[in-house]
Write a protein of this length. Structure first.
Length: 364
């Protein structure tokens, strides 16, 4: 319960941060899709710990093993695809103090209250290490979307703490721009300031959050299922299921509330190919819960990492007052590694809705 996502393109993730490994089972992937396994590994490399001095120093290669679902290691069979990444650098001893005291704003207390037990080492399923399965599955969804509709999903860091890259144009950003620096902000000058801010806050034993923006270019038209499975509703659920997320916007977002209808409406205009086109994109590519063919643009807010080295007030499992300074290896800012996580969840939603659209609306 709670570890599966999607209807037709469906994933189930498993594993804990300091257990034997983490992984995913992908069901519903169409047969005869030629997969590039190196691309799956590249996505995991973008997510893995220890990739730079502003991420957690935990050293994991995160090498993926594909256990089933492929012919000759490349072609999908239409059967479940199982992928596994084995944990190598576990240090459960780092969490002995947290076994008796709850980390403020972490899932320790709520997991204990719900289940009466918790995986204290690294937070178990509440750890961002769980997202390995999502990123691996999302890499398959990306390849499916690219082949089926020429769709590209790309995310980047838009804001770190109070430093924002407000000159970024979603229609112009490239993967090379995003990967040109360790913070994954395509504005190189702003990226340098972001790195300095993360370094400074990390030296204080503290953490910071920010905002990730994501664009879907050339999405298929007609994706989304009224009324409860609107495309933006499923996108919101997908990205808000990621660890540390606290907010979601699409298109104009909350800023659109400051406009009049005449200012916010996206006027339809003629196009050379006969497709629906709009002069603006305040809708963020979705109207009435259905994709209109314009670029889908979303933003996701991430809170500061909960586990910090500063001493904080808390209580133990008996409710007694105490203090706790976090130990272990933790990101001072989760955003650089969360970029591929956002891309993965968006891709999974689009792949699922693409199959649902084909199933309902493409018989005749």
């Amino acid at each position: 319960m709670g570890s599966s996502f999607g209807d037709l393109f469906r994933i189930s993730t498993f594993g804990e941060s300091h257990g034997g490994g983490v992984g995913v089972i992908v069901e519903g992937c169409p047969p005869r899709l030629e997969l590039d396994l190196a691309e799956i590994q590249r996505e995991l490399d973008r997510r893995r710990p220890g990739q730079s001095h502003i991420t957690t120093p935990r050293k994991e290669a995160d090498q993926v093993e594909v256990l089933s679902g492929l012919l000759d290691g490349t072609t999908t069979l239409g059967t479940p695809i199982a992928m596994l990444v084995r944990n190598k650098d576990q240090r459960p001893g780092d969490y002995k103090d947290m076994a008796v005291a709850f980390r403020p704003s972490h899932a320790d207390a709520t997991y204990q209250a719900k289940y009466g037990i918790q995986a204290r080492s690294g937070g178990g399923r509440a750890s961002a290490r769980e997202t390995i399965g999502r990123v691996a599955a999302g890499a398959i969804a990306k390849q499916l979307l690219r082949k089926a509709s020429g769709t590209e999903v790309l995310a980047w860091v838009k804001r770190i703490h109070t430093i924002e890259a407000d000159a970024i144009r979603p229609d112009e950003v490239s993967l090379e721009d995003v990967e040109a620096n360790i913070v994954r902000c395509p504005d190189q000058a702003v990226a340098a300031a972001m790195v300095e801010r993360i370094e400074a806050i990390g030296r204080e034993g503290d953490s910071c959050g920010g905002v990730i923006e994501c664009v879907v270019r050339n999405p298929a038209m007609g994706l989304g299922m009224p009324v409860f499975d609107k495309l933006e509703a499923d996108l919101a659920k997908a990205v808000m299921s990621l660890p540390a997320t606290k907010g979601f916007e699409i298109g104009s977002g909350f800023a659109g509330t400051l406009q009049k209808g005449s200012e916010h409406n996206d006027a339809f205009v003629p196009s050379s190919d006969g497709r629906l086109r709009t002069s603006t994109n305040n809708s963020g590519g979705i109207q009435g819960g259905i994709s209109n063919g314009e670029a889908i643009v979303i933003r996701v807010a991430f809170k500061p990492t909960a586990t910090i080295r500063k001493e904080q007030q808390t209580v133990d499992s008996e409710g007694n007052a105490t203090t706790l300074a976090g130990k272990g290896r933790h990101d001072p800012c989760v955003l650089p590694r969360a970029v591929p996580m956002v891309e993965a969840m968006v891709s999974l939603v689009l792949a699922d809705h693409l199959l649902r659209q084909q199933g309902q609306c493409s018989l005749w």
